[in-house]
Every structure is written in structure tokens, then in C-alpha cells.
Design a protein around this ligand. Structure first.
Ligand code: AMP
Ligand code: GLY
Length: 453
């Protein structure tokens, strides 16, 4: 088994035993079914440390980098069965909902699962995303720069209406709870804002808007920054700019994200230093003080207001489609990073980022983000250059055909030495993929091409 050399006195048997224990554990389970999870699984599968990657439930694309397991991840007992049956050593939680529902606490409190490593915060930590009011209180308490705000329920509606009068347009109203990315309204007219506030409190977004945060509007450019923390140490992952509106030139309805660019020209070393000292470090200190066990991703939705970063939102997961472009820029073993994170030893991990630029173009179903057809056959995938990373979001395998099964269908990511080069490759290859109703934005990264900080 191990090369035991009798001449060599200093064999560290304890270290060898630890290595062995880890070796049987080197199966990773990624929970989720989108482009983010495809990109995570793709990156993790490249690691020599990992013997096998499972994705639950996954999609037609994740099946090419690992083994899909068709379970309902909202049912933690089903997740437990998969983990035990397949002797999974590390679980990476892709979406926020299982975290907000307490999957990490479920693992910690289960005698069979408590030693399985899991990436994600516990239920209390997940409140950073699960409750806007909690996140705002947290930021206020720990001096983290964010927009001024006031929290309203049916009990103090009048105070909320008065608070709106103290603000200047536009008015920002946020449902406290998770509302599938739709719970934020930005309104130009005071009367309209007042009416919407009342509607939200009367259940416009169900129980998610029983509490509403009214916020001061921040003017600036948005950027997504990602941090991996083990609760003490942290690593800043590559940042990205997301394009949220459906139409070119940032027009039309909001979507889950139509494309991404990484790195972002205005995220200079000085800006990163401000984010680290004013936001990341106080956030991790705050989590410690609140006794929150946080081993996972912190996604900072930031507004760059004249060079100063403000937190618009925390998410407790990676972004989508940002992850698709961020994973391709990580030049070191991502599984090692996750493993060290879960062990609280992130400071020992190797971490390297590619200087290249990635551009991600999301192909979506016609009609998205409103109603759209599913089941459209996808062709041309074989014509995409292997230099691109094709992450499946809403796809499904039906009788050996890959068909659309969601609004966001496939994200094509390409690299280049600058945005122009990466855009050219990404768009050329995005055009090779064909399905009825295919739509995409044509201007991903255009605004950043001539950006000078
Ligand atoms: P959130 O779900 O909190 O990220 O909000 C959705 C989007 O609304 C953000 O990506 C911003 O574009 C916008 N937004 C949210 N809060 C503010 C704010 N205080 N000022 C300006 N824009 C905002
Ligand atoms: N692309 C934004 C998000 O994942 O929330």
C-alpha cells in the first residue's frame, strides 16, 4: 500500500492515515441543476484529488462531467441516502434554497452525516440572503457600507409611507424573503411606490413580502464579487459583471442573468482593497461574533459609487451566469480549495487566477423571462470549438436528443486576451448552437471594452 522505507526513520504515519481517509472520501456531490452547477462540476472534475463527481439532479450537460442522480434536493433525507450510498466525502450546495432551509444544520445534526464535508453556511448564516432585513441589520451592526433603509411590516405601514417621502426617486422596495429573484421593485413615482408598498405587504410576493425593506437608491455600476471563506480565512475569487436585463443596452425585463464578463476593468487593486477592508473582513468578523458557522461562498452584489463599494445584496451561493466565467479563470485545483475550506484550512490552499478575460453569453428560450416553450431540440453543439466551455442550464436528455427545459438554456464561455477577443470567440460559437426560438444579448461586455477607471 504505502511505500514504507525502513531506512527512512521519519515516516509520518498519522499524515499517511489522514491521506488515506481523505482518499476514500474523494467523491464530490454538487447539488443543483443549472449552468452554475455544470460549471462547478466541470471544474471539480478536473481535480486529481477527486475520483468521481455526482450532480443531483443535474441536467443534460452535467451528465458529461459526472453522474446525475435524479432526486429532489429539497428532501434532505433523499440527499442523505445519496451521500451514504455513494460514500460522498464533500457536498457543494449550488442554490440558496436548501441553505436557507437548513441543509448544513441537517448534516451537522445527523450522526451519519456529521463528518461529511459540506460547502455552504448554516441556516442562520443563510439569512444573509434569506432575509433582506437580517442582512441590512447585520451590515448596520458591523459598519458595512450599504444603502440607507427602513424595514416595514403591516404594523408600521404609516412610518414606511412617511419614510418614502424622505427619499428621492427612484424608490427601491425589497421583499424581505426569497422571491425567485423577483422581489425587488424600483419605482420612479412616489405614489406608485406607496401603492406597491401596500400591495407587497398584502402578499404580492406571498409571505416573502410580509416584511419589506425600503432602500435609498444607489447610483453607480454593479459588480459581483465572490468570496470563499472557512469562517476565519478567505479567498477572493475572480469578480464578474452580470447583464440582468433581457434586451441589448440593458432594456426590457429583468432575468436571472444574460451573460457575464470577468475580470471587470473598474475592479482595480485599489477597489479590491476597499472591498476587502470595508466589506469582506467586517463581514467575516461579524459572522464570528454572531456565532455563525460559515464555510462557503459569499456573493457580494456591489454598487461601485464613484470608486466606493456599497453592498446591494449578499447571496450565500455563487452567481449564475457569473460562475460559468469565473470557474474558467481559476487556474488551480478548485476541489482542493473547497476541501481546505471545509476543513477550516483555507490558508493552506493553492490558488491561482488566469489573467485572461472570459465572456459568457447565455442562450435563452424565446419569450423568456415571460412564458416560453420547452422541449425544443438543440443541435450544433458538436460545432462549438473545444476552446469554449458550454454550460447547460435548462436542458434535458429525451430519447438521445438534448432538448430545452428552461428559460435559460445554455451558457457559452470563451477566453481571450481582452474582452474584444473573448467576445468574438464566444459569439462565433454561440451561433453554432441552434434551437427554435433561441434568443441572446448581443452586447455582453461592449460597455466595458473602452472603460477606463
Ligand atoms: P437585489 O435582489 O437586492 O440584488 O436587487 C436586484 C437589483 O435591483 C440589483 O441587481 C440592482 O440592479 C437593483 N437594486 C437593488 N437595490 C438597489 C439600490 N439600493 N439602489 C440601486 N439599485 C438597486
Ligand atoms: N446572476 C445573479 C445571481 O446569480 O443572483
Amino acid at each position: 500500500m504505502y511505500p514504507v522505507d525502513n531506512q527512512q526513520e521519519a515516516v509520518d504515519f498519522k499524515a499517511l492515515q489522514e491521506q488515506y481517509i481523505t482518499a476514500v472520501d474523494r467523491k464530490v456531490l454538487v447539488l443543483g441543476s443549472g449552468g452554475r452547477e455544470h460549471a462547478l462540476a466541470w471544474k471539480i472534475a478536473q481535480s486529481d484529488r477527486v475520483s468521481r463527481v455526482y450532480i443531483a439532479p443535474g441536467n443534460a450537460g452535467t451528465a458529461s462531467v459526472g453522474t446525475n442522480i435524479a432526486i429532489n434536493i429539497a428532501d434532505f433525507q433523499e440527499v442523505k441516502d445519496v451521500v451514504l450510498q455513494n460514500r460522498i466525502g464533500l457536498v457543494v450546495v449550488g442554490p440558496e434554497q436548501p441553505l436557507v432551509d437548513g441543509i448544513v444544520d441537517f448534516f451537522k445534526n445527523d450522526k451519519d452525516l456529521k463528518d461529511v464535508k459540506i460547502i455552504g453556511p448554516d441556516k442562520k448564516g443563510a439569512q444573509l440572503e434569506g432575509s433582506k432585513a437580517f442582512a441590512k441589520q447585520f451590515m448596520e451592526k458591523y459598519g458595512i457600507p450599504t444603502a440607507k433603509c427602513f424595514t416595514v411590516t403591516a404594523d408600521n405601514l404609516n412610518e414606511g409611507l412617511q419614510y418614502l417621502e424622505t427619499l428621492e426617486a427612484p424608490y427601491v422596495l425589497k421583499a424581505d424573503g426569497l422571491a425567485a429573484g423577483k422581489g425587488v421593485l424600483i419605482l420612479n413615482e412616489l405614489d406608485n411606490a406607496k401603492a406597491e408598498l401596500k400591495e407587497m405587504l398584502s402578499g404580492k410576493f406571498g409571505s416573502a413580502s410580509a416584511k419589506v425593506v425600503i432602500e435609498q437608491f444607489l447610483k453607480g455600476i454593479e459588480v459581483s464579487m465572490f468570496v470563499l471563506t472557512d469562517g476565519k480565512n478567505h479567498v477572493i475569487l475572480p469578480e464578474a459583471k452580470d447583464y440582468k436585463r433581457i434586451g441589448d443596452g440593458d432594456t426590457g425585463l429583468n432575468t436571472g442573468g444574460m451573460g457575464a464578463v470577468s475580470p471587470v476593468p473598474f475592479v482595480t487593486p485599489e477597489f479590491v482593497e476597499k472591498v476587502e477592508s470595508r466589506i469582506i473582513k467586517p463581514t467575516i468578523e461579524g459572522l464570528k461574533k454572531e456565532n455563525i458557522d460559515y464555510k462557503g461562498f459569499i456573493f457580494l452584489g456591489l454598487m461601485n459609487c464613484d470608486g466606493d463599494p456599497y453592498v446591494i445584496e449578499y447571496n450565500v451561493r455563487m452567481g449564475d451566469p457569473e460562475t460559468e466565467g469565473v470557474m474558467t479563470r481559476i487556474d488551480s485545483d478548485f476541489a482542493e480549495l473547497l476541501e481546505k475550506c471545509a476543513l477550516g484550512k483555507l490558508n493552506e490552499a493553492h490558488y491561482k487566477v488566469s489573467p485572461e478575460t472570459s465572456v459568457t453569453v447565455m442562450l435563452v428560450s424565446g419569450g423568456y423571462p415571460e412564458s416560453y416553450k420547452k422541449g425544443m431540440k438543440i443541435t450544433g453543439l458538436e460545432n462549438v470549438c473545444p476552446c469554449c466551455i458550454v454550460a447547460h442550464a435548462g436542458t434535458k436528455l429525451v430519447d438521445n436528443d438534448i432538448v430545452t427545459s428552461g428559460g435559460r438554456v445554455i451558457a457559452v464561455t470563451a477566453h481571450g486576451k481582452n474582452i474584444e477577443e473573448a467576445r468574438e470567440t464566444a459569439y462565433h460559437n454561440a451561433k453554432q448552437i441552434v434551437f427554435e426560438g433561441k434568443n441572446y444579448r448581443h452586447d455582453i461586455g461592449l460597455d466595458l471594452m473602452n472603460y477606463h477607471a
